[in-house]
Design a protein around this ligand. Sequence first.
Ligand code: AMP
Ligand code: ZN
Length: 134
Amino acid sequence: MADCIFCGIVAGDIPATKVAEDERTVAFMDINPATRGHALVIPKRHATDLLEISPEDLAACAQMAQRVAQKAKDALGADGVNLINSCGPDAWQTVFHFHLHVIPRYKGDPLKLPWVPGPGDMDEIKAAGEALAA
Ligand code: AMP
Ligand code: ZN
């Protein structure tokens, strides 16, 4: 879809630190991470939100999120994971291409939800992405 940032990432027109991909989905690093390893899982086919995505793509996103969550534990040492979807502006959705946030949690980390997005350190984001992708 024209003017959609995440469609641009799927197409390869917008740079992203991809960590995993399958036939229906892509997982990549969030550039404003809530914690180390914060990733997003999206369907390759554009859907605005939770209410518009096809059941097949939703299932594929859930399975990819499970895979990334397992990686967060194995590769980054996460103690837990929050899986979050925001559907609609009043639920904090800001990018209107369906996505699941996979947020690794660490014992005693200071994260309060909702987090206040702030620019991350690109080298650190890349390093965490590489650990998840390996
Ligand atoms: P939401 O507010 O739930 O719609 O989440 C959108 C998320 O997309 C935010 O956490 C942003 O940091 C993230 N985001 C926006 N643009 C990009 C981008 N180009 N690459 C990676 N993450 C992005
Ligand atoms: Zn899109």
